[in-house]
Design a protein around this ligand. Structure first.
Ligand code: NAP
Length: 307
């Protein structure tokens, strides 16, 4: 059976990753796009989700690629229409709205998939398997990138519910909570927020495993030189370094080969399997750590930021 997909929000991630991944995935076809400003060549275009659902009753699933602030209403509408739903990360702007979607999807017996693309980066599964057989002593995360390069003109990302530097930082937290066998708790946080913005440009997090191993995370959007998306895990039997957002791996300095499957192709393969099995997959651990950082963190106003 081929799954007929409708995609909402035709921005950077939809064009760069979703479109090619869907084309490359057997058993899925992109039938329609809903976007206020853009269209995909050769694919039916609608102004919004309601128009798409009205005109395309045979759609099986809806892929939501808008910013998190507007994701809940669209997901609710799609689920109530009986469609399976694929959420880009982060799955919502609040924990409570994602929990509401989980309950609604269960009630309507449709698949809800809260995707975490970084968990499907090419070395994360290997890292998880290696860590599972060892005792973790310390974890360090350094996630530093240039916001002007990666998020030019994205006004939503600086608004409440846009996450600021946690938009990329949550990717690191999604890998962390995937590869560590124990739950992670947040102890303390420091958020730096430009005085003319609503969301942080940098954050430092202190966390720990349930066994007490310390975890530090540094997120910074002011990095203009080499970019860093690195996680190192020190164990009782060697140190693992995941680099390039989970796409390179070394153990005690020795590089290991990555798996060949791309992140977004792997996400769509997983989504197809969930639909076939009649299951949902919604892990809120990364979002919960971000929520805890906002709950527990000290906010330090910093220099104004202009794009
Ligand atoms: P983007 O380029 O700004 O695109 C978002 C799209 O959402 C816009 O093109 C717009 O589509 C639609 N939209 C609907 N309501 C909107 C609103 N109120 N404000 C702004 N846009 C609205 O953002 P993106 O980078 O694709 O990111 C979208 C989601 O994907 C975010 O949750 C982000 O965390 C996630 N993501 C991004 C990346 C990345 O590298 N950029 C990577 C992985 C995940 P229309 O104009 O078509 O209506």
């Amino acid at each position: 059976m081929t799954l007929s997909l409708g995609l909402v929000g035709f921005g950077k991630i939809a064009r760069d990753q979703h479109l090619p991944a869907i084309v490359a995935t057997d058993g899925m076809t992109l039938s329609a796009v809903a976007s206020r400003n853009a269209s995909a060549p050769g694919i039916a275009h609608y102004q919004d989700l309601d128009a798409m659902l009205a005109a395309e009753p045979t759609l099986d699933a809806i892929i939501l690629c808008q910013p998190p602030q507007v994701r809940f209403d669209a997901a609710r509408t799609a689920i109530l229409a009986g469609k399976h739903v694929f959420l880009e990360k982060p799955p919502g702007a609040t924990l409570s709205e994602v929990e509401a979607l989980v309950a609604l999807a269960a009630d309507k017996r449709v698949t809800l998939y809260a995707s975490w693309h970084s968990r499907h980066a090419s070395c994360v599964a290997q890292a998880k398997a290696w860590v599972a057989e060892r005792s973790v002593r310390r974890v360090e995360i350094v996630w530093k990138e240039d916001v002007r390069h990666w998020h030019p003109g994205q006004a939503w990302i600086w608004e409440p519910g846009g996450f600021g530097v946690f938009d990329p930082g949550i990717n690191a937290l999604s890998i962390l909570t995937e590869i560590l066998p124990d739950p992670v708790r947040l102890i303390d946080a420091m958020l730096e927020t430009p005085v003319n913005r609503q969301a942080p440009i940098a954050a430092r997090l202190a966390m720990a495993t349930s066994g007490g191993a310390p975890i530090s995370a540094e997120f910074d959007w002011r990095q203009t030189g080499p970019q860093s998306w690195d996680i190192s895990v020190e164990t009782d039997d060697g140190t693992l370094c995941l680099g390039h957002g989970g796409n390179s791996l070394s153990i005690d300095g020795k590089a290991l080969p990555p798996s060949p499957e791309g992140e977004y192709r792997s996400l769509y393969a997983h989504f197809g399997a969930l639909v076939t099995a009649g299951q949902s997959d919604v892990d809120m651990a990364p979002l919960r750590l971000v929520a805890d950082a906002f709950l527990r963190g000290r906010n330090c106003p910093t220099d104004t930021f202009e794009d």
